[in-house]
Design a protein around this ligand. Structure first.
Ligand code: FEO
Ligand code: CA
Ligand code: CA
Length: 702
């Protein structure tokens, strides 16, 4: 394998950090603090209050059950999940036109990248990568050159934001596309020289490093490579969506009393989007983005008020993790009253939604769709069902929370007209929202599998949850779902449809409290797992599910609008030497270690690409990206394709429809305990003496 960038070593000797709070393995203090506000240190927002199951279920090991249900995929038509690249036919049941050759990402034979702790992107020998854009690079005309010691709000508003996460790519010609990138969160310890900016300046700068960027890219000289258009006069679609961009609320909860603030007495226009994690590209060429750990931006100097409750349910602030000091150390409420819970108690209700951005129309107003519910959305992915309805899958990334599905009322119009596109852009405004319940069929068959049901929460006209209106179900979706008995999952991340087999795959990243706070069940079976502290350290068993799963769901009759399905655990991640792991029945001696699956992507052959976030905590090595076939004799053969730099998670990923380009986005490089701006644990991408999160593209060497 090759290291494709200059690698600066040795880096800082890591001093132990003495701080309060259990870090759940070796995950960075900084990542926990800034990414999700130390969610794991706080009371679980959705503790299991039911009867404790005493008989701990051991992990399924052994053969994979033969999937039930009919052949699938013939009707599923979607472009979003696999990207919308120039000239590509919509990906459907068969591989894209021009079956992939032996040199494409879909079927290249490569030697798996070994687990490592390097400060570099490491790829198989025959592949290379380019950095497309870094934190601080110009996005809009007039953006000054990035100077970390002279940042102003005016500059940051025109520059690429921090901590790139989702990457969506929409073509605007044969050789050009617009890339839509989320900026999930800021890390003030790593981003700026210590003591250089005041706390109030850090709050203001931090607000604008969040949001979304739209960046025009063009094909590079090497097939499969892409670069950003640096002449910004030729990139009129470029855009920065920030904390001050006004979003239109759509759907039944728009205008609700729960959304009204002094800035917006109509409850229908919201300033900004926060903590945008993953997303999805729609078949109509827009991009969805999930507002995830939005709870950590709100606080007050006084006592945190309680949120609304319904029918004796838990205080909604607590259920969403809004608590005293939850915004420390950002403290945005010190510089903007709308983040002060005492002054604007409804402001948190205006976040936690799925937003939709039209990158082809840079002046268009982005929207937040209330019909998709409010929770810690990892992302959202659209598939068009056989009957034409748009179906959206979305996970709520919290320990013990749920997987959701939305089915549109109206049908998708496949025509390539402006009228059809405008119609499609309204599909997510009306329909029915469901939450998932998983029932196991017993472990006597040696596998975790069973049947599932989508439980109705509400339609745009009717609530199916006693004691809650439609507006309340949508604004306080967690509380509504609690009342109907869904299955508490181990942090649902991406939920995406494989267009080749029509099945739905969900990444369930980890839950160290499975087996304690949360009893095991057949869909969440691991209560003890093998961990390592470094690639060569001995395997050590620890409690809980620390390495995650990939769940496979098969809609009955292949119909994504049906309310019933079957399921199995496709992967029980971890070290293949550890007994609980399972790789769809594939020979465990021939697979890569994998921990904490997060985001999913597909190539045109239906191989699943899995990016990870947390491998250092679970298995002691850098995060990365893995390819795994979902059918045929190599089903379950997990191979590591790349590793990202030390301290980073691997975001993005996106394989283009021609299987030539792989977009990926190393987020928070160097976010390791003890690291600071002055003493970084990473300097990737090695253009400065501090790390800069960046979006990359991998491609076959010429
Ligand atoms: Fe931002 Fe669920 O990862
Ligand atoms: Ca079973
Ligand atoms: Ca994620």
């Amino acid at each position: 394998m090759t290291v494709t960038r200059t690698e600066h070593r040795p880096l800082l000797p890591l001093a132990p950090v003495v701080r309060e709070g259990n870090r759940h393995g070796s995950r960075s203090y900084l990542t926990c603090l800034f990414k999700c506000g130390n969610a794991c240190d706080h009371e679980v927002p959705n503790p299991n209050d039911g009867e404790t199951i005493r008989d701990v279920i051991q992990s399924a090991v052994g053969r994979r059950a033969v999937l039930r249900g009919s052949a699938l995929g013939t009707g599923a038509l979607v472009v979003g999940a696999s990207g919308l690249m120039a000239g590509a036919a919509p990906a459907a049941a068969a591989p894209a036109a021009g079956a992939p050759g032996p040199t494409t990402l879909a079927n290249a034979r490569f030697r798996s990248v070994a687990p490592n702790r390097r400060d570099a992107v490491v790829l198989p020998d025959q592949f290379d990568h380019d950095v497309i854009i870094r934190w601080g690079d110009p996005v809009l005309p007039g953006a000054p050159d990035f100077d970390v010691r002279n940042l102003t709000v005016a500059a940051v508003k025109k520059q690429f934001g921090y901590n790139n996460d989702y990457v969506g790519v929409v073509p605007i010609g044969k050789d050009r596309a617009v890339m839509v990138v989320n900026h999930e969160y800021d890390d003030i310890g790593l981003m700026y020289p210590q003591g250089h900016y005041s706390q109030r300046d850090l709050a203001r700068l931090g607000m604008y490093t969040h949001g979304i960027s739209v960046v025009t890219i063009k094909r590079g000289k090497v097939p499969g490579s892409w670069r950003r258009v640096k002449d910004l006069t030729k990139a009129p679609k470029n855009r920065r969506i920030t904390v001050e961009t006004r979003f239109k609320m759509t759907g039944p909860a728009a205008g609700s009393d729960w959304l009204k603030t002094s800035d917006d007495p109509t409850g229908s226009v919201v300033k900004g989007t926060l903590n945008n994690c993953a997303g999805g590209t729609t078949p109509w060429g827009t991009v969805l983005s999930g507002e995830e750990n939005f709870n950590q931006y709100f606080n007050t100097e006084g006592t945190v008020p309680t949120g609304p409750t319904f029918g004796g349910a838990k205080d909604s602030y607590a259920r969403y993790g809004i608590r005293s000091n939850s915004s420390d150390p950002r403290n945005w409420h010190d510089v903007d009253d709308r983040f002060d819970l005492e002054k604007e108690p409804n402001e948190p209700h205006r976040f936690g939604w799925i937003v939709e951005v039209d990158p082809l129309r840079p002046k268009s107003q982005p929207r937040k769709h209330t019909m998709l519910g409010r929770f810690k959305h990892e992302g959202a992915n659209v598939v068009i069902a056989d009957n034409g309805r748009a179906v959206v899958y979305s996970g709520d990334d919290e320990r013990g929370d749920y997987i959701y599905k939305f089915v549109s009322e109206e049908r998708y119009d496949p025509r390539k007209t402006a009228r059809a596109r405008n119609h499609n852009k309204r599909l997510l405004e009306a329909g029915t929202l469901y939450v998932a319940k998983f029932t196991g069929d017993g472990l006597e068959d040696g596998v975790s599998d069973g049947t599932g049901k989508w439980i109705k929460l509400c339609s745009d006209r009717e609530s199916f949850v006693p004691g809650m209106t439609v507006e309340e179900v949508l604004t306080f979706t967690r509380l509504a779902a609690d009342k109907v008995g869904p299955t508490q999952m181990d942090r649902p991340e991406d939920v995406e449809v494989n267009l080749v087999n029509g099945k739905v795959y969900a990444a369930l990243t980890n839950n160290s409290q499975r087996g304690s706070t949360f009893p095991a069940d057949e869909a969440n079976p691991v209560t003890s797992c093998g961990t390592r502290t470094s690639p060569g350290a001995p395997l050590e068993m620890k409690s809980g599910n620390r390495n995650g799963y990939v769940l496979e769901m098969t809609p009955d009759d292949g119909d994504h609008t049906r309310s019933t399905f079957t399921w199995d655990l496709f992967l029980i991640c971890g070290d293949p030497e550890s007994p609980e792991t399972y790789f769809a029945g594939f020979d465990k001696s021939k697979v890569s270690r994998i921990s904490c699956p997060d985001n999913l992507a597909w190539d045109s052959s239906g191989n699943l690409w899995i990016s990870t976030d947390g491998a250092a905590a679970g298995l002691g090595h850098n995060d990365g990206l893995f390819r795994v076939p979902t059918s045929g004799p190599e089903r379950g053969r997990v191979q590591q394709f790349l590793t990202v730099p030390k301290g980073a998670e691997c975001c993005g990923p996106l394989v283009t429809d021609d299987d030539r380009s792989l977009f990926f986005a190393p987020q928070h490089p160097g976010e390791i305990d003890g690291a600071t701006f002055a003493e970084p644990a990473s300097t990737w991408p090695h253009t400065d003496d501090f790390p800069r999160p960046s979006v990359c593209v991998a491609f076959r060497k010429a």
